[in-house]
Design a protein. Structure first.
Length: 307
């Protein structure tokens, strides 16, 4: 994820969605038949997937979702809409979260081509332009009962997927920070002002030294989180802390790197503005910067400040 996002956050987003948000729920919550039908084609990239949780009126508060399914015997009838869905315009399948008649959140696999299912693309984005984003619209979509993920009920289903994706993001954004840092370092060694490379001035060195210090700290934090995760000991609050810290770190480094490039930093000759604009999405999706702070706040105080 770190090396993919060194290229572009949009590429890493596509990979995160495919692995953490589509393959993970089918593997973890799916039936054996669902695993066999979908996972090999998703793993090879023959099929692409997307993950529908956010709705037009429910972003930070997904529990309030209004997308719903009604039991019609051999199938469910799905109605509602999802917004801001990465990969939606080209995805072959969508892992969708909707409430049943008892108000319980259920996960299901919706396939492109099912009548009543459309995926209009979202245009005019100035961020994550390499990642297609769209809506998922469900107008009386007949979802066969065998497409329901049988092994999870409630918000813990989508939140389990987000834990995995947020861990991946924590690594990913370090890649964006590294690309900004590398570009700034090279530029500082080549750009001459007042008769010497700007990298020779103490103020430039302070920026670069602090950048690589923050990158190293973020790598250690995320590496330790990975060790805890492999031992099944990483808590959602620890993952929130890493996601929040690392995205903010990458954004600050992009801004400092832009300063080191002077005027050239605002051009497309260098990757800085592209990373900076991308990171404005990353700091909002998968739980905003402030929502992750509230998760840490709840974790340390025991008081819920969300509502
Ligand atoms: C490019 C992009 C791709 C995305 N991809 C996907 C995807 O693939 N699948 C998917 O399901 N979603 C996706 N999202 C949606 C994303 O997860 C949401 O945008 C995010 O959860 C925030 O929701 P919102 O935009 O509705 O903002 P809101 O929830 O309306 O928040 C607006 C502001 O209010 C603040 N706020 C909200 N509640 C509180 C509170 N209790 N206390 C303090 N402040 C609060 C927030 O921090 C934020 O600053 C994507 C978003 C973007 C931009």
């Amino acid at each position: 994820m770190m090396e993919l996002e060194r290229g572009d956050s949009g590429l890493r987003s596509t990979a995160s969605v495919q692995s953490s948000l589509v393959m993970y729920p089918i593997y973890t919550y799916g039936s054996e038949e669902q695993r066999k039908k979908y996972l090999p084609k998703l793993a090879s990239g023959e099929w692409m997937g997307c993950f529908g949780l956010t709705e037009p009126d429910h972003g930070s508060n997904p529990n309030g979702m209004i997308s719903n399914i009604k039991d019609k015997g051999d199938h469910f009838l799905l109605n509602g809409a999802k917004m801001w869905i990465s990969n939606a315009p080209f995805a072959d399948i969508a892992v969708v979260w909707a409430k049943d008649e008892a108000g319980v959140i259920r996960g299901m696999i919706v396939e492109r081509g099912m009548p009543g299912f459309t995926t209009p693309e979202t245009h005019g984005k100035w961020s994550l332009r390499a990642s297609a984003t769209g809506e998922l619209v469900f107008d009386n979509v007949k979802v066969p009962k065998e497409n329901i993920l049988p092994n999870v009920k409630g918000l813990k289903g989508p939140l389990g997927c987000l834990n995995s994706a947020r861990y991946g993001i924590s690594w990913g954004v370090i890649g964006a920070a590294l690309d900004c840092y590398d570009s700034a370092l090279r530029y500082s060694q080549e750009r001459v002002q007042f008769g010497k490379p700007i990298g020779g001035f103490q103020l430039t060195q302070k920026k670069l030294a602090e950048m690589i210090t923050e990158i190293t700290k973020a790598q250690l934090l995320t590496w330790r989180l990975g060790v805890l995760k492999s031992e099944n000991r990483a808590t959602p609050a620890q993952i929130s802390m890493a996601k929040r810290n690392n995205v903010n770190m990458a954004l600050q480094i992009a801004r400092e790197a832009r300063q080191i490039h002077g005027g050239m930093g605002i051009t497309g000759e260098f990757p800085i503005m592209r990373h900076m604009m991308n990171l404005e999405s990353v700091i909002t999706y998968e739980g905003t910067h402030d929502i992750h702070l509230l998760i840490t706040g709840l974790d340390v105080t025991g008081f819920n400040a969300f509502e």
